[in-house]
Design a protein around this ligand. Structure first.
Ligand code: DGJ
Length: 697
């Protein structure tokens, strides 16, 4: 159970989640101050909490806070969460406490500036079924006539308790190299994790895990936070020379401002946090559960096995070719056929056509409907690739609306992949997108959209708009709005988030989509690390993974088909190869493995995920439900002269018996956890195994 308790004498709030406690209080000057985040404590215990008072103070050395939302005020020199400039250029906030409301699991703490027309509400939401605490902030300009310039507005500031050491885990990468996990000591410095690209980005992802340098997969305290936002973002982690470690984060990157007009209010996205004393594995499980319970639109559905045409046909799509692929896909057990880029406008290469969303007559003389009907007759759902935020300058849309793109006066319009970004902050652009997308879905009875976004923001201006910087936030909101409206109008429609692979993976987009195209890198050997990083926060249920051809188009590496399948089967399985070139033996192996995936997918997609071991010699991941255990083992390179150790499982019932479906051997849960199971991984590089255990009693 969760609860929110207010102690009026101490002016303190105690938030309880099922397994954690979080405490804030008002300081004497009404500053909302962080007190505690950790294992459960009750009210008498938290009111008696000792406050660390060891920091040296002098006129050069001050340590107020840590604050729940740091502002420039008094002797504070760390990164502010809220930075404002009032009409008379005053840039310091002084708080007055106005009151608070509790509505179920939602606490709203209302504050105002002592003098200026700024009202701020700090929001906290706790859930009965999760240790994730959601936090966000609302600001409001309460004047009739004075604007307030918001230089920075973060969702929340977080702090972990004082420890001797601090370590941060996060992911870095690039296109085709997303989600590479980094775990490193926190420097005594301000470390900025950010995207200035207009999207979440391939280079960084808006979550952090902090520990005292002593946590591992199954042990140790971990404090983690994740931002639910799909545009530019910034999280600043600061470790003070005197010892404290705290961080503040939210939408927008440095230097973007928002002019808060009289009467206007602005809500930030959620920046949520979770504490666990049980290591990184439990941290990930907490986020996986939260994503299912409180983020995804249809968490209980099983994601279908998909076929995607991109690697097979590139832009060279036509009705006959797609029909042939669809027939082959249906034969091997695919459930959702997705036609990728190249079907519309003058889109024969990436030089033209984006923006002109009518089927290309040379390839689809009778429109898309005949193909869609055929795919439906084959028993598959039909999905279509779109890139609504983009336009090629060589398109009718751009020729008629050159002002719809992000641009700045007297500056070049930099082209990336020969395309420009449509400004989804503009209501007319959002209306246009909604109109043609809605028509496309209705006219073709589409079941699925793959919504791609292949270009970062440059020259991000909005000439003529009084507050052009707001496009950094309003663009993302516009995207959310179109997706939400499409979903509302077409409840059966499912959407995939793609941005050149995993450039838009975050808890914000997952509220409007059903799965993410994890990476354009489909090399199974590389995917193991990408999937490992992805799994730190995001559940397997959302992680699309295709089996494609060899040599791999990105890396030129060749790996066995069964290895490619076993890696992709650890997420939402898809097929992305050119099936028309697959030999009969490969098609038959694919049929068998897709059938197996359909048997194990409820465990993979809805089970509890345990990362058992991760390294080039062996990575192993298990998915556990009440009656089933599915274990994958993948080896990239075989070290000479070392037998693989038995694999110790976790999360089983020690008293239960489990039958190994490979051999019929019955094991006791306690033995499997204490001693382990022989994985019987085949010899050699790029070897893999799938183990299925059924609980007998
Ligand atoms: C980038 C995506 O990640 C690919 O899967 C594919 O859809 C291409 N765009 C198409 O242009």
């Amino acid at each position: 159970m969760s609860s929110i308790t207010f102690a009026p004498a101490e002016r303190l709030w105690l938030l309880r989640t099922p397994n954690t406690a979080y405490v804030l209080r008002l300081a004497d000057d009404d500053t909302p101050t962080h007190v505690y985040w950790g294992t459960p404590l009750d009210l008498p215990e938290v009111t008696a909490l000792a406050v660390a008072g060891h920091a040296l103070t002098s006129s050069f050395e001050t340590l107020p806070g840590p604050d729940e939302l740091t502002v420039a005020a008094g002797a504070r020199f760390g990164p502010p969460s809220l930075s404002v400039r009032f009409a008379d250029d005053t840039a310091v906030v002084e708080w007055t406490y106005v009151g608070h409301d509790v509505d179920g699991g939602h606490l709203a703490v209302h504050l105002a500036d002592r003098h200026y027309p700024l009202a701020v509400t700090l929001h906290y939401r706790v859930h009965d079924d999760s240790d994730v605490i959601e936090r966000w902030t609302t600001v409001r300009n309460t004047s009739d006539d004075e604007p307030i310039s918001l230089v920075r507005l973060d969702s929340a500031a977080w702090a972990m308790p004082d420890r001797m050491e601090y370590r941060v885990s996060h992911v870095v990468g690039g296109w085709s190299n997303e989600c590479q996990l980094h775990r490193t000591a926190v420097p005594v410095a301000e470390t900025v994790f950010t995207s200035r690209r207009g999207i979440t980005s391939h280079q960084a992802n808006p979550w952090l895990m902090l520990d005292a340098g002593d946590a591992d997969e199954t042990h140790g305290e971990v404090w983690s936070t994740a931002l639910a936002w799909s545009g530019s973002w910034r999280i600043t982690l600061h470790r003070e020379p005197s010892g404290r470690c705290a961080w503040t984060g939210g939408f927008g990157h440095d230097g973007t401002t928002w002019q808060l007009t009289p009467g206007e209010s602005l809500d930030t996205p959620v920046f949520a946090g979770a504490y666990t004393p049980h290591g990184f594995g439990a941290t990930s499980q907490t986020w996986h559960d939260f994503t299912r319970q409180h983020v995804l639109p249809h968490p209980d559905e099983l994601r279908p096995v998909l076929y995607n045409s991109w690697e097979a046909t590139s832009f060279d799509v036509d009705e006959a070719g797609q029909r042939e692929l669809a027939a082959l896909a249906a034969d091997i057990g695919v459930e959702l056929f997705v036609m990728d880029d190249g079907w519309f406008g003058g889109r024969r290469t990436d030089h033209a056509g984006l923006g002109d969303w009518q089927p290309y007559p040379g390839a689809f003389p009778n429109g898309l409907r005949p193909l869609v009907d055929d795919v439906h007759k084959l028993g598959m759902a039909f999905g279509l690739w779109v890139e609504p935020e983009m336009v090629n300058p060589d398109s009718d849309l751009y020729r008629s609306h050159p002002d719809w793109v992000l641009h700045m006066a007297n500056r070049r319009r930099t082209e990336l992949r020969n395309q420009l970004v449509l400004n989804f902050g503009r209501p007319d652009v959002v209306d246009w997108a909604l109109d043609w997308l809605d028509g496309l879905v209705v006219d073709n009875e589409l079941d699925y959209l793959k919504w791609d976004m292949n270009r970062l923001f440059t020259e991000a201006g909005w000439p003529g708009h009084p507050d052009p910087d707001r496009l950094w936030i309003d663009h993302t909101r516009g995207v959310y709005r179109v997706m939400a409206e499409l979903r509302a109008r077409h409840p059966r429609l499912r959407i995939e988030s793609c941005s050149g692979g995993g450039g838009r993976t975050d808890l914000g987009i997952l509220a409007y989509t059903d799965q993410v195209w994890t990476s354009d890198n489909t090399d199974a050997a590389d995917r193991i690390a990408i999937q490992h990083g992805y799994s730190q926060i995001y559940p397997a249920h959302t992680m699309a993974a295709w089996v494609t051809d060899c040599p791999n188009p990105t890396t030129a590496r060749t790996t066995p088909l069964v290895f490619r399948f076993h890696v992709a089967m650890a997420g939402v399985l898809g097929i992305g190869g050119d099936l028309s070139t697959w030999p009969a033996a490969d098609l038959s192996l694919a049929t068998e493995l897709i059938a197996t995936y359909r048997e194990v997918r409820s465990a993979v997609q809805h089970g509890r995920q345990y990362r058992l071991v991760h390294g080039p010699a062996l990575t192993s991941v298990a998915y556990v439900t009440d009656d089933e255990v599915v274990v994958f083992g993948w080896r990239i390179t075989e070290p000479f002269g070392r037998r693989p150790a038995l694999m110790r499982l976790v999360g089983l019932d020690p008293a239960a018996e489990y039958r190994d479906e490979r051999t019929g051997t019955v094991h006791i849960g306690a033995t499997l956890m204490a001693s382990g199971i022989d994985m019987a991984l085949p010899a050699g590089d790029h070897a893999s195994v799938l183990i299925r255990l059924h609980r007998l009693r």
